[in-house]
Design a protein around this ligand. Structure first.
Ligand SMILES: [Zn+2]
Length: 500
């Protein structure tokens, strides 16, 4: 029943706004104006006759026009210019959404020492409508370099926000110095992972002093969500430290458990949410809301735990899975997240229950006023870049959010948590021209966003359609099928090389 309501409500909004169509407003003949070229920022671009999803949760408007001048959204409304724009895209029957913000990205160029060109992940992200990533802890110098190349429009890439990993040190003074050093080098924020309480307090004290935002991969460790709340953390990645903060005592592990063994660790992570005391959990969530700590749940990265057969057999692996990733995904204690050895149906049953409690907690958090974002954490656990992000949107719908809300999580909420809500995350005049033109209605079916498209049923006939046709980042249009064709080529080359 919940699923049924989720789909119907946005459709009603859609029908309501079609009645309010604006009329053609300009006498300028647009018939001969060319489409933009892939990867070249035109002086101006008009997306015509398109349904607009603004990104702030408002219902769609249109069909109408969106005018981009340079790298900025100039106007949302029927075109009234006296002169024809330099380029035009026809949006008839299509939707335009704000470029997506992937809050948990890793710029990977190798897996297990096997090279994987960064172009591979960048193209996958753009082809999936992602125009901004928050990189949470990759090689700092290289990430800053890609950030710069992207900002100058020299490579096809999303905008990059660099959240540098803070390594563990011996003393609080050393970690303060480390935070200052990362700030000097140009990090936009910090990624915190597994710090003991004294080190975490020192690092966060310095981060707050410098005005650096911070996000934490919160494990089962000395600190938990209460520390994030108390110390001014911007956001929490994943989830463990949230139920951990709501336990009566410690989690019940078997006597032969080792946290260093990933089979153990992920098996018993699947039994953590059930141990959270619901009353305590509600208090933790409320305190997160009050302290303005956002939650980036990354549902999609854990999904193999509840259905490993699905995870291993995604249709897009055939043409688009890079062999370096493929090898990394093979079960092995040496690769992070490749813990599927002896994974049983019982493990999956626990994980499905785990997901239900987790879904409810994220929904409850949002309904209390909490900020939910969308991050993918791809490159691990059978999750490919871009596709993983889009799966995250689907899982947030499964958690009980309307698709229109999920799209807000992926745009305005991400921009807000990055502190960029005045220029990113909305289709609004004056904002950066970061958008994706979708062949279909993502409110009715999130699957139309997949770069490979999806199966449809139109006028009594089965067909294949959907997909993002153009991703526009900073006013530069990138053609979806061209990006994806390049990914296929990179993969085919790498597979051929591997055979040699
Ligand atoms: Zn990660």
């Amino acid at each position: 029943m919940k699923q049924f309501l989720v789909v119907v409500a946005p459709l009603l909004l859609f029908v309501g706004s079609v009645g309010a169509q604006e009329s053609e407003g300009s006498g300028v003949d647009l018939a001969g104006v060319p489409a933009p070229s892939h990867g070249v920022r035109p002086e101006s671009l008009l997306v015509r006759n398109v349904m607009v999803i603004r990104g702030n949760g408002n219902p769609p408007t249109g069909p109408t026009d969106v005018l981009v001048t340079g790298n900025t959204i100039d106007r949302v409304g029927r075109f009234r210019g006296k002169q024809a724009p330099k380029t035009v895209l026809d949006g008839t029957g299509k939707f335009i959404v704000p470029g997506f913000i992937n809050m948990h990205a890793h710029l990977q160029e190798e897996r297990l020492g096997n090279p994987m060109p960064v172009e591979y992940v960048l193209n996958l992200w753009l082809a999936s409508g992602i125009t901004t990533i928050r990189d949470v802890g990759s090689k700092l110098d290289r990430t800053l370099e890609i950030q710069e190349l992207s900002a100058r429009g020299e490579i096809p890439a999303p905008r990059v926000f660099v959240y540098a990993w803070v390594p563990r040190t011996e003393t609080p003074d050393e970690i303060r110095e480390k935070v200052r050093e990362l700030h000097r080098k140009g990090a936009d924020g910090l990624k915190i992972y597994s710090l003991d309480r004294d080190l975490l307090e020192a690092a966060m004290g310095e981060a707050n002093r410098l005005g650096l935002r911070a996000t934490t991969h919160i494990g089962v460790e000395e600190t938990n969500a209460w520390d994030s709340i108390r110390l001014g953390m911007t956001s929490i990645e994943h989830w463990y430290g949230i139920p951990d903060a709501a336990l009566d005592g410690l989690q019940k592990f078997p006597a032969d458990f080792s946290y260093s063994n990933e089979v153990d660790r992920f098996r018993y992570a699947g039994r953590l949410w059930r141990e959270a005391n619901p009353e305590k959990l509600r208090k933790v969530l409320q305190a997160m809301v009050d302290a303005n700590v956002a939650w980036d749940p990354t549902f999609a990265i854990y999904e193999a735990s509840r259905d490993v057969v699905r995870a291993r057999n995604k249709p897009w692996f055939k043409d688009y899975l890079h062999p370096a990733l493929e090898e990394f995904f093979e079960p092995s204690l040496g690769s992070h997240g490749s813990y599927f050895m002896g994974w049983s149906n019982t493990d999956e049953v626990y994980w499905r229950e785990n997901y239900q409690i987790w879904f409810d907690a994220v929904l409850q958090f949002s309904r209390m006023g909490g900020m939910v974002t969308t991050g993918e954490d791809a490159g691990f656990i059978y999750v490919m870049q871009g596709f993983g992000f889009l799966r995250e949107l689907e899982l947030q719908e499964e958690a009980g959010f309307q698709t229109l809300e999920v799209l807000k999580h992926a745009s305005l909420n991400g921009a807000t948590v990055l502190g960029q809500e005045h220029i990113l995350g909305q289709i609004r005049p004056g904002y950066k021209a970061d958008m994706a033109l979708v062949n279909g209605n993502p409110i009715a079916n999130l699957r139309v966003l997949y770069p490979t498209g999806t199966d449809l049923y139109v006028d009594g006939k089965a067909s294949h359609g959907g997909a993002i046709e153009w991703t526009i980042k900073d006013g530069i249009p990138y053609h979806g099928p061209t990006l994806l064709a390049r990914v296929k080529e990179i993969v085919a080359d790498a597979r051929a090389k591997k055979k040699e």
